[in-house]
Design a protein around this ligand. Structure first.
Ligand SMILES: [Zn+2]
Length: 349
């Protein structure tokens, strides 16, 4: 029997009530795990409640759970200094150009074609969230029309393309729409999925902006400073808007693991990162949930590669459905699992 106070606790975790009323945020306006009163971040407590109430999602191939790999493409090009010869240097000086010229190169370890190869080898398909910024925007590195061929290669490999919204897209509907339209120009069909850069997110604004701008789903909702379950969920769900007292007609595929959380904020070694991911996988598997993993193409250095190889060797032996976020959302909506979840969580209200 679940008591009234536990119900209230789970409802508050599910709806992220504390984020509506907190005045705490970091320099990017983010609500972090370090601000949260919910310390049970490594257990999907709300999904466990839903599971106990009879919810049993099924997946293609009778898989026990689903795994979604995704990649936020922040960086493609690196500026490399060009060292001109003596005569060119003199010519530059005569032209009054003091500045060392740069050449934009694609470092091998950031190359998305390598990632496609790596994932094909393991029979994964994944979601790539591309930025659609313009020169002068914060963290601008490339333009979408420079990556048209890469995007086509990814689509040909069965991968999905989503929008990686910039610093000003999570709380401004016009900026968000502008970036969406830019990305649409290089896609054969309209972009459906979203994740914001730096996981910037405003619980009172971002969902409704994404809904109005025609996105099907978001996958930003995880903590930047810690891996785990930000609102106790490892099932895709319709968020509940506490201001309007209703569910929002969008699907959130909550983010469980981000590389930056493990290697920067939590300072883990590659083995420690592997251990914590193993534990999170077990938690997800217990309730037939969804494990979402975000790895940046620009972070594939030795430590990350070491973690990636260990984790992939482990997870590919599991009976899991490996797919893209978009495929998962289509499957979820096709089975109307989000509506079943709504009925169960409303018992907590
Ligand atoms: Zn980013």
């Amino acid at each position: 029997m679940i008591t009234g106070s536990i119900k209230e606790k789970f409802w508050n975790i599910f709806t992220s009530k504390e984020e509506y009323i907190s005045d705490l945020s970091d320099q990017y306006g983010r609500f972090n795990y370090s601000f949260s009163k919910n310390r049970e971040v490594f257990s999907p407590v709300v999904s466990e409640f839903i599971f106990k109430n009879g919810f049993r999602p099924q997946y293609p191939g009778n898989a026990d759970f689903a795994v979604v790999f995704s990649h936020d493409v922040d960086l493609i090009f690196r500026n490399k200094k060009i060292f001109p010869g003596r005569f060119q240097r003199i010519a530059l000086m005569l032209k009054g150009q003091q500045k060392q010229p740069f050449e934009r190169i694609i470092p091998k370890e950031w190359d998305l074609n390598n990632m496609i190869e790596m994932e094909m080898k393991n029979k994964f398909i994944s979601t790539f969230f591309f930025m659609a910024l313009a020169e002068g925007d914060q963290d601008y590195n490339y333009e979408v029309n420079e990556v048209g061929n890469t995007i086509q290669n990814l689509l040909n490999s069965g991968c999905e393309i989503g929008l990686h919204g910039g610093h000003k897209a999570y709380n401004n509907i016009e900026n968000n729409l502008l970036e969406k339209r830019r990305l649409n120009l290089v896609l054969p069909t309209e972009v459906k999925g979203y994740r914001n850069h730096y996981l910037r997110f405003d619980i009172q604004k971002t969902f409704s902006i994404l809904l109005k701008n025609g996105f099907d789903y978001d996958s930003t909702f995880g903590y930047a400073d810690c891996v785990g379950f930000r609102n106790g969920m490892c099932y895709p769900f319709q968020p509940f808007d506490l201001n309007r007292n209703e569910f929002i007609d969008i699907i959130e595929v909550p983010l469980v693991v981000m590389d930056v959380s493990m290697f920067y904020y939590m300072s883990l070694s590659s083995f420690q990162a592997f251990q914590i991911c193993q534990r999170l996988t077990e938690e997800v598997k217990k309730v037939n949930g969804v494990l979402t993993v975000l790895l940046h193409n620009s972070n594939f250095d030795n430590k990350m590669l070491d973690f990636y190889n260990k984790f992939v060797d482990y997870i590919k032996c599991e009976n899991a459905w490996f797919t893209t976020t978009g495929n998962l959302v289509d499957w979820w909506k096709g089975k109307e699992y989000h509506l079943q979840i709504n009925d169960i969580v409303l018992q907590l209200k």
